[in-house]
Structures are given as structure tokens and as C-alpha cells.
Ligand binder design. Structure first.
Ligand SMILES: [Zn+2]
Length: 99
């Protein structure tokens, strides 16, 4: 459900924790909140070294912590980085998440 979500500006993205430059092929962790309906909003992106965003160990209702890999999309209206291969972060408990 997060696959294809754009992140960063153009082909530039940075870890929100350590400010490291992120590029296509990098594994990242993302923090997402659920809005109305099934709409998900990408809030934070961290590099794989920094660990779950905000040092989270458990997600609260309406939150998701996920891991994903960055991929560049060059044929969009403008080139950008998007999330691919997204799945729940194995280091964060999602017991309270209902969906
Ligand atoms: Zn980092």
C-alpha cells in the first residue's frame, strides 16, 4: 500500500534523523500515519542505520512503521524517488494496529 509513494524532492532525499543523503537502492524506514479512509501520509524517512523513526518500539493506532527500498522513477512528470518493496518494520510492534 506504500509502494509508489514519493519521498524527498526530485531525486534528492535525506534521512530525517541523521541527514544522510539517500539514493535509489537504499533501504529506508518510514513512519506513516493514517488519515481519512485508506489514505496514508508519509511523515518521516530514516536510513536503515538510524532504525525506526523516533526510536519507536510499538506503533499506536493510526500509525505504521515500515521498511522499504528507494527506487527512482525517471519517466514521471518529473524524476523522483518512490518507495518500493514496503513492509511492516520487523523491529516495531504493530499489535494495536487493526488493519
Ligand atoms: Zn539516518
Amino acid at each position: 500500500m506504500l509502494n509508489g509513494t514519493p519521498t524527498g524532492v526530485g531525486l534528492d532525499a535525506f534521512c530525517d534523523s541523521c541527514n544522510r543523503y539517500l539514493e535509489a537502492g537504499d533501504d529506508v524506514r518510514v513512519y506513516v500515519t493514517a488519515g481519512r479512509g485508506d489514505r496514508l501520509s508519509l511523515r518521516w524517512v530514516s536510513c536503515s542505520t538510524c532504525g525506526p523513526c523516533g526510536d519507536a518500539t510499538a506503533a499506536e493506532d493510526g500509525e505504521l512503521h515500515a521498511v522499504a527500498t528507494l527506487r527512482s522513477v525517471l519517466n514521471a512528470p518529473s524524476p523522483r524517488l518512490v518507495l518500493t518493496d514496503a513492509r511492516l518494520d520487523p523491529d516495531v510492534s504493530h499489535e494495536v494496529v487493526r488493519r
